[in-house]
Design a protein around this ligand. Sequence first.
Ligand code: NI
Length: 174
Amino acid sequence: MPKLQILEFPDERLRTKAAPIEVVDDALRTLIGDMFETMYDAPGIGLAATQVDVHRQLLVADVSEDHDEPIVLINPQIIEREGVQTCSEGCLSVPTITADITRAERIVVTGLNRNGESITIEADDLLAVCIQHEMDHLQGKLFVDYLSPLKRQMVRKKLEKRARLERETAEVSA
Ligand code: NI
């Protein structure tokens, strides 16, 4: 399976709002497989379709150590949220950056699984953080949006410099 390219902040495509998915078919399941491969390879614990430039409401996650608890959520909706927790977050679209972000401690989320069946997931701790983070992506939102404008500007400069260095290195080795 091909590994997908992950968009990186400040790429404007990350700001696209994802459209609901109407048909869960084999093409979508192929995308889901590719997203898991890309996520595990990165490595990361969650990936939203937005991050691979597919603007549909789909996310994958696996917060287990052994990569044996894969979760697929299509058209996710949070129907309950409770409590608060602050967690140090990172993002495959914002490499090398982490920040403390406050979110709900426990959520109940509904959606469809990879077979198009309705599912309800009760999540707390890290899985709750992960699902809320990925659902933000589907709305075109990034965790750095929770930071102050000044801090976000610092992140932007750091990543633009990093991208520039990567391009230069690629040119030298070409
Ligand atoms: Ni992310």
